[in-house]
Design a protein around this ligand. Structure first.
Ligand code: NI
Length: 295
């Protein structure tokens, strides 16, 4: 019986979200320089053969279902005040649109997480400084988007150390979190990382479909209490789509917090080196499946 109520409620919420998305105004046409920041996206796509994309999408969907179950469990513990907590995260930047995104997040009172590439940090040091100064989570995404699972411990350490050094030089802080590129890692590798390991359970595939409305619709459709949303601030369409989705979800009662706060709001403390796909740490199994192709 409960299940029926949930389904009806979910359908109603999705319908509301979709309607709201459609009513949203078109994104503003503010101009930003282009060109920089595209190299990482190109490499992402070129390293992902089409055949793999299909299978990884299926796997990601299966995992997302599992994640939503965990999310609902976390939700029950998290909503004594009727609020829903959720995290929005950005990978592969900073890029030419990140400053515009930061303006939008500031206007909306949103704290997010940025999983940055060391090579991008060097190109946009002032943006990194602003990310840290405005209270967002400063995260590492390796120096040049490597698949950690294929690397030795020494190579992984160098990727993380080089990225930390770049972030330190730009903003005077060290990354407190890591998102392994492609969501690819082994449990043993992560145990050695002295950072919060942040994955995701909502994936709008914003790298693939460069359309702000599509990105907005998918985020609103899949949002749930305790969820971690994946997106990429190197695409203008993602920046605009995410901001539209935030407007809608805030009206639905969602509060956007950093992933570490998301865990704390669920009543637990962050365990470093343990992967989080949502507010609840993942089961202690080795993660061998590639998730979204472009994270
Ligand atoms: Ni990535």
């Amino acid at each position: 019986m409960k299940k029926t109520v949930c389904i009806v409620l979910a359908v109603a919420l999705v319908a509301t979200g979709f309607a709201a998305c459609q009513k949203s105004k078109n994104e503003n046409g503010s101009t930003v320089p282009s060109g920089a920041g595209t190299s990482s996206s190109t490499s992402v796509q070129s390293t992902t053969p089409a055949s793999k994309q299909t299978s990884s999408t299926v796997n990601a969907n299966q995992d997302a279902t599992k994640g939503s179950e965990e999310g609902r469990t976390a939700a029950q513990a998290m909503t004594p005040n009727g609020k829903k907590y959720i995290s929005i995260t950005f990978d592969d930047g900073p890029g030419p649109y990140t400053q515009e995104l930061l303006d939008g997040l500031k206007e909306r009172g949103v704290k997010a997480a940025f999983f940055m590439l060391g090579q991008q940090v060097k190109l946009y040091p002032n943006t990194v400084k602003r990310i840290a100064a405005e209270g967002h989570m400063v995260g590492s995404h390796t120096y040049d988007h490597k698949d950690l699972k294929k690397m030795t411990d020494a190579q992984v350490k160098k990727e993380l150390d080089d990225t930390d050094a770049a972030i330190k030089a730009a903003a005077g802080v060290t990354a407190s979190a890591l998102r392994p590129p492609f969501g690819s890692y082994t449990k043993e590798q992560m145990k050695k990382v002295d950072k919060m390991i942040v994955l995701w359970n909502v994936d709008p595939n914003d790298w693939k479909d460069r359309n702000a409305q599509t990105v907005c619709d998918r985020i609103v459709r899949d949002a749930k209490n305790g969820a971690i949303i994946l997106s990429h601030d190197i695409y203008k369409t993602s920046v605009h789509g995410v901001l539209k989705a935030i407007d809608i979800l805030q009206k639905q009662g969602y509060v956007f917090v950093r992933p570490d706060e998301l865990v704390q709001r669920s009543g637990s403390s962050v365990v470093l080196g343990k992967p989080y796909y949502n507010a609840v740490p993942a089961a202690a199994t080795t993660h061998t499946t590639k998730r979204s192709s472009a994270a």
